[in-house]
Write a protein that binds this ligand. Sequence first.
Ligand SMILES: Cc1ncc(COP(=O)(O)O)c(C=O)c1O
Length: 425
Amino acid sequence: MLDRRSFLGSAAAASIATPLGAEALSSLPLPASDMFGKDPDGYWKALRGQFLIPTDVVNLNVGTVGSSPRPVLKAIFDGFMDTERMTQARSEDYPIWGYGPWEEYRAPFAAFMGARTEQMAILRNCTEANSYVANGFDMKPGDEVLISDEEHGSGEMPWMLRQRRYGVVVKKFALPKPPKNAAEILNRINEAITPRTRIIFVSHISTATGVVLPAKEIAALARSKGIVSAFDGAHAPGMIKVDLNDIGCDIYTGSMHKWLFATKGTGFLYLRDKSVMDRVWNTIATGGYDDPTRMADRYMQIGSSCIPTLMGLNAAIALADQIGMDRIEARGRMLADYIHAGMMERGAESWTSPDPYLRGAIATVNVPGVQRMELQDWLWTNHKVRIRGGNPSKLRLATPYFMSKADIDRFLGLYDQFRRTKGLA
Ligand SMILES: Cc1ncc(COP(=O)(O)O)c(C=O)c1O
């Protein structure tokens, strides 16, 4: 946790703490779209400049949390400066959301995700959304939920809580490391389904390995057996193009603060239609929670929440749309392939699927002999390179669009240096 003294002492914090700082945030124009064709390196470099991350820092861990770029920060800070004046036009308006439909924020995000506004509830993070699903999905004791062995704690624990408290049964299937192709994953799921399976809840993109699960095919498999399909898409928005209605799943949750670089404190819950909503009880309730005509909006009645958060979300969507999700997705994949190839040359074991269909902007490798926590600390403390992984020796390398090949080369060189100092190379 940052102490107050070091926070106030940081130059970036000082420059963004005042209205003047908020103005300064917009003073760096975004690159023109046609620069992408003429000078792609210059284009991505100009976008790198939108992030306050110092130029000598390499952040290979967007997987945990993103960094909001200038347009998003400006929207947030301007939002506070405006809403806190308490001069809202209508006498019933206050600077809070959590009691109304808030379509001006729900609609752009729903459109960005290939959904209709009435299918989308904006919540405060993916953990909250997953808790809504696990806590609220109508099940009897003995009914089963099928999850993978790679769910994040925020996906698995809400179900474990439900199991302990109400006697539903959590069943797990193992994802191969790595899966060769989609069929291998689908077979594992199919084999684990029983007559008591009511819902399949899996990550769209695994937090453990970055593998992109075949969501459309999993949803179709579930539907063919009369089972509800639910995805934890914490990593998907802003990393890959998502079209929720095309996936055809029943339920989908996620975070916008990771790869979309929106405000911390943004998550969502998508429910396909009223028949699904009729099976999901609210977890948080205030007036309107039980009004079915409100569709997904009724899951947004969560009490006083922060409007500038949503303003930052709209700015994050506008930025992603301006760049284009096709470009963002292709860039992230290209960089992940590049770092993955570099690690393969160094003898790493791949936990990233060889099938391009299952790959996104996270490459994961296992490097037996290297203590990942030791490497992670050394890289950050001595070289300002941030990675994350799992013990004892898994490295998760997340490559956002603002990264460059030179950043990756720097990481690879440091990895070589670390191994030499440990006598491993
Ligand atoms: C797959 C997955 N689900 C859920 C979460 C939790 O997200 P949040 O912090 O937005 O609640 C994470 C965070 O890393 C995640 O990777």
